[in-house]
Structure formats: structure tokens, C-alpha cells
Design a protein around this ligand. Sequence first.
Ligand code: ADP
Length: 551
Amino acid sequence: MGLMMQQPLLISSLLRHAERHHGEQLVVSRRVEGDIHRYTYRDMASRSRRMAKALGSLGMEPGVRVGTLAWNGYRHLELYYAVSGSGAVLHTLNPRLHPDQLVWIAENAQDKVLCFDLNFLPLIEAVAPRLPGIDAFVLMTDRAHMPAQTSIPNLLCYEDLMAAQDDVFEWPEFDECMASSLCYTSGTTGNPKGVLYSHRSTLLHTYASALPDALNLSARDTILPVVPMFHVNAWGLPYSACMVGAKLVLPGPALDGASLYALMEAEGVTLSAGVPTVWQGLLAHTQGKGLRFSSMNRTIIGGSACPPAMMEAFEDQYGVQVLHVWGMTELSPLGTVGVLKTEQLASTRDQQRAVRSKQGRALFGIDMKIIDAQGAELPWDGEASGDLLVRGPWVLSSYVNDEGDSPLVKSEGQDWFPTGDVATIDPAGFMNITDRSKDVIKSGGEWIGSIDLENIAMAHPDVAMAACIAARHPKWDERPLLVVVRKPGAELSREQLLGFYEGKIAKWWTPDDVVFIDALPMGATGKILKHQLRERFGDFLMQPAERPTVG
Ligand code: ADP
């Protein structure tokens, strides 16, 4: 045995470190109540201890699941540490889900306490009667903002609970493999499934995600996680910011371009993180007004493929470097980051950008491979595409309440998690997702990747959003159909858009047709709901004479 100290990797240690070594560092939040709130890590640590005591007095024991329904803000952050640090399980619920789905998820998770932001009061009033398992509802606000009347029985006030406690509290020590937090997948491709993280998996993910060739986080950064704290722990940033001592800026519910831009400029944000749809709103705001970013130098884009046109806009127009990341709820979430190696630095800017547009290289801790339909491993030649498998200490081993069905597959004697993504891997180890297995277009026995086709459409100056789906075809089984939202005032035609594909891809990959609509259906985590588009337009190519006219 080695002769080193044996200390469990616990989430509370992140907060202890931030308080002791970065106590004066700031956490700034745009509050649901409307104003800007600022305090230090020292304040946050003290309040987290008080909240841990308060929740303990409500019966929160180790293992108990505490739900949150909240935007990115300091009270949510306190709960991240108060709940997990006490050995209970923080279950972040996604408020954008349908109320029926919320009820289902809270029941499935057996939540006992539910803490929620002020603006979700009407929602919780509507669903509270259907949540008999919840013993305590906590409104995350102060006494002045408590409703005079509510149908929620025994509604508790967060700041009252806080005020009743002092901050003398020792974080308990326990096994690092204990559950720390719970997040359900967004269910874009099926029913939501619960992913239960541990203290150990979270800490290892935090270390790896902060490395220079990952998110490159430091004490000199001011980080704005636009990605919600209810979506895979805001990609781990509430933990990694404490680990490195970065300033945190939390945007609350105001995720429109103007509000985000104002916050970035006012707080000197150096790094932000979000899904492409959010950045589209930000760019629409800045481009319209000729604005610049005076401090932001990096932005992390993931959750869906980052269109190369977006990378170009951030880098060429604004000098903001884009970090393209890939991950999943099941991976805590980070798996790969598109950061160059030395050997690529000699190549042209276009070649470098082509590499950085891929989903990227595996973090240490994540192993990956691609396999064919028979399960044989495919070469890393950047050409062969197959099902992407991953394994590692922050990859899930089974879902919550999973009745014994393992989601893992065996490959060469080892357990791997099948991601449901279809990808290539090049000789330098850069993985490129060509599609989700359910979205692949199978044309005459050949596969066409929808992401490439979407990226080309998104590069057209008149296109606001584009999705490419497999439409049934009488001769080829399936052919690509583009569904497009034009930019306001643009008069782009089908012929113009299809002409834009010429010379950019093999001719047979060109979509068969284009449907223009007003808005694409979006899921709760900002992803396009392609299955809805397939339901609506799946037969579009079957009877050309009777095609529905779409506005
Ligand atoms: P859900 O699977 O329910 O949508 P997740 O948020 O966990 O919830 O989504 C993970 C999936 O999102 C990945 O399997 C992949 O298909 C997609 N994804 C995430 N990041 C990227 C990216 N950078 N490029 C392409 N697809 C991505």
C-alpha cells in the first residue's frame, strides 16, 4: 500500500477550498426578483452551512433527494453545496418540461423536499396536489416576496430558514462513492432517465474539465454559465469555479441576447458557456448593433453541434475563441473538447478551424471507440463512421430505477456505454459526430449525416435555423429534407438554398427539398426536436403532387 493520506473526494471540499483560498472572490447573480446580487465565496460558504443545518432540521438525511426548480443564481448554488455536502442528493429539475413530465420525474426520483424560484410559484401551485411525496416546499426568496396567499400547504421561506440558523457546522465525511446529485436526461430520444452522480465522479470530472486542453479555467477567469444549473450541473461549472477560485456570474432567468450582453460587459466576463441556440440570440443582438465584447475571450459551445458559421462569427468578428465540447447527461457531461495539438499548429487557419469544429479529443478519464453493426472496432481514419462507445469514472453505469436492465454493452470483455451518437475519429484522436443514430438518413443503403447538411444551411446568410431530417422516399427509402426558418425579412427560395450546396458536398447528399416554417420545435434543453419534425414532414417526399403547402 502507498503511504499517502486517504481523503474521500467530496463536493464539500470544493467549497471549503473556495472559502479558505479565494474567500474574497465574487459570485454575482441576476436575481429572479429583478436586481443584481453580489457576495463572496466566504459569504456563500457561510450561507451554505446555514442552509445545510436548516434542511437538516427539516429532516434531510443522507441519501434523501432534494429537488430544485431554479435558474442560475446564488441560492441555487448554496443548495448545490448544502444538499450534496450533507450527504443528501440534489435533484435539479428542468422547469421547461411539461408539468406532467415534472410530476413524473419528481415522483420517480422520490424527492422529499422541493426548493423553487419565485417565478415558478404558479407552476408549483398547479402541481403540488399531485406531489404527495414532497414533505416540504421551500420558496427560494425572502419574507418580503412571500405570497400573501397560496394553495401550497405549509410553504416555507428560504431566507427565514436561513435566518434561523448560525453557520457553525462541520461538513460530514463519508464514502466518496455516495450519490451527490441527480439529473434526468432531456428525453429528446425517449423517456427521461435518471443519472445519479457520485462525489467521486463529480470531483474527478471537475479536475479533468478545468485542465488547459479542456475548459482551461483559472482564478483569473470570470465565468458566466448560461447553460442552466438544472442541465447536467451547468456542465460542472459551479464545482470547477470553486476548484480554481474563478469569479462566477449567474444570469438568472434573463437569457436573451441583450441581458446576457449587458451582464458580460458589466461584470468583465472572460468565459461563457451555453448551447448554440442561446449564442444565436446573443449574436443577433450584438451584430444588429455593432457591439463588441470588451472582456470575453472564450466561449464554450456544446449540447448540439456548433455550426462552423457560429465559430467563424465569434472568432473573426469578435475575437472570441470558441471551445467546441461534446458530452451527455450520462457523462457528467464532458467527454471531448476540440482543442488543437502541436502538430496542427502548422496548418492553415481553415484547416485548423475544420479540426476545431469537430467535437474533439477525449479528456483523460474518458476512453472512446467506434464500432460497426457487428460490434467490430472501426479504424481512426477520420472516414469510417460507427456507433460511439465511451467508458470512464464519470460515465454512468446504470439509470435510476432501472429494473436490472443494464444500459452498458460488452466489447472485448469490457463494459462500454453506447452513446447513441454516430461518429468518426481521425488519426489525431479528434472525434466528429455525424449524427445521432436515430437521426441518420439512410439513403439507398448509404448513410447521410444530417449535421453536415445543417451546418451548410446555417452558413447561408438568410438562414436563422435549419434542421435536416430523414424523409421517407419511394425509391431510396429515405432522403434528406431540410426544414428551415428564414431570418426576419429574408426572401430565400428553395432553389437558392439548394444551389448553395453545390461544390460543398457530394451531389447525392444534397437535400431533396426545403420546407420553410416559422419556428422549429425546441426541447427543454435548447435542442431541436427532430422526431416532431419527422412526424410532421416524414411523408413530405412521398407524394410530390399533393405536398402540403407550408407557410
Ligand atoms: P438528451 O440525450 O436527452 O438530449 P443530453 O443533453 O445529455 O440529453 O444530450 C446529449 C446528446 O447531445 C449527445 O449524445 C449528442 O447527440 C448531443 N450533443 C451534445 N454535444 C454535442 C456537440 N458538440 N455536437 C453534436 N452533438 C452534441
